[in-house]
Design a protein around this ligand. Sequence first.
Ligand code: PEP
Ligand code: MG
Length: 583
Amino acid sequence: MASFTLHGIPVSRGIAIGRAHLLAPAALDVKHYLISQEQVEAEVLRLQKAIASVHKELQTIWNELPKDAPAELGAFIDVHALILSDPMIAEVPLDIIRTRYYNAEWALVTQIDELSAQFDEIEDAYLRERKSDIQQVGERVLKVLTGSASTLPSHDGGDENAGRMIVVAHDISPADMLQFKDRAFGGFVTDLGGQNSHTAIVARSLDIPAAVGMSNASALIEQDDMIVIDGDAGVVIVDPPPNVLEQYRELQQRLMRERKKLGKLKKTPAITRDGTEITLLANIELPDDCPGALDSGAMGVGLFRSEFLFMGRAGFVNKLPSEDEQFESYRQAVVAMKGRPVTIRTLDIGADKPLDSAEQTALNPALGLRAIRFCLAEPQMFLQQLRAILRASAYGPIKLLIPMLAHAFEIDQSLAMIEQAKAQLREQNKKFDPLIPVGAMIEIPAAALTLPMFVKRMDFLSVGTNDLIQYTLAIDRADHEVAHLYNPLHPAVLYLLASTISIGAKAGVPISVCGEMAGDTRMTRLLLGMGLREFSMHPTQILSVKQEILNTDLNAIAAQTKKILRTMEPAAIVSAVEQLREL
Ligand code: PEP
Ligand code: MG
């Protein structure tokens, strides 16, 4: 077969080379037939049993989640369990069997198609993504009905080619991704998904090369085709010519050697050539991530996304973690970091991280009641979290970070509630750090444009470039259809970033960047040139960024950075940033 190349969205870095294993959607070839009136109740029972069996299957997967599984996996399984219980899936297909005499598979597919069509008409990207959850749940039930319980090849552990299996699918549910965790496989390619779709999030946390949003890759690629995934470029090459394959093998080997070499930098301090010390911190989702953060040489945690405690631990019953449970998690993190500071961000729920996706009704969730807005609207829940964080501060250095602030009154209300939580703890004779530093995420353009309002009130600032870019450019960060417009180098983004860093520095307020830009080595020198001295990122990125820092002389990049910040032409910015890396 002739070689061809497909382009999609890069979501997880590295090179994967291997044979395609196609995961066919079960819905494609179900039997369609009419049943007689006498067969109706037996057919209804068959469907009910299949649904019950999938419930059990999900419960088993949930119970058997490995301790180190990404926290969000539990939440994804919960979403599927909720969908399965919904009358739209659990009851309407039964009515279709009773009224139209369709066989169970046909009735189920009819209802899934009907629901999918309704979802297609919804503009909201988050809700559109829920369509694939419904389809994945439907496929699970179909697999049980048709007796093909698993579409994954079994892994005997002894096949050396298994490590090079590349999974190709229309979409992969996070629960199915979990099954890949125990199987050796090299990467995956999906038709659907965006930069921040559930599957992409899991791939990144598992550190596996992946490309998503490939449109119809699963139709074009055939079983056992040779495939190369260039996870950095979001490119998939099918049946590459021998010379191309060889080049990628060499690149893959080189990347592995570089990775190994980087390991030697773990204990090296991050100091620029001219002697300026830079602080490299880790972004974590759960306390269990702390040992990995320490191992990568992180000087502390710059961002603990506390919402993952709420999403991941909810279990089958959607209930929030108690103050004591939260306290235990925060305490565990600060103890694990052995005296290094842990920055805990208060609940940033909403948008692509809903607490209960079944109840998500906002038209524009990213612009809705998320993060601090949600917390201020739920004062008891917020006070509970604040008390838990404060109590943990008696066990080591904790900083409190508030997300999505834009208004002075939000800052003032948050600070007042922190004081209220402290007063409540004093009444209960519970210990905490009375001088706990409180900081703000700068991730809404309005915040970046009114920084003096923040520096006056806050002990430190942390720039969330993921949301800052989303809100500055009006690009939904989870929507693959506008992914090409999501540009960290847009002059408007650079202007906001540079002015935030410079005003913060002039005011003597410590400032860090904790969005994805901080872990992107292509941006390291630019951020250093803007005056950034504290970077927080996924632990796997720390050593690469450190290497970039060790090779940088701040005096040598000053003039070029200024030039970039004066430029308004996108192409000129891109080439100037590339030149900056050559200096
Ligand atoms: C950000 O917005 O850049 C950020 C770090 O927060 P999150 O990605 O969790 O929204
Ligand atoms: Mg954010």
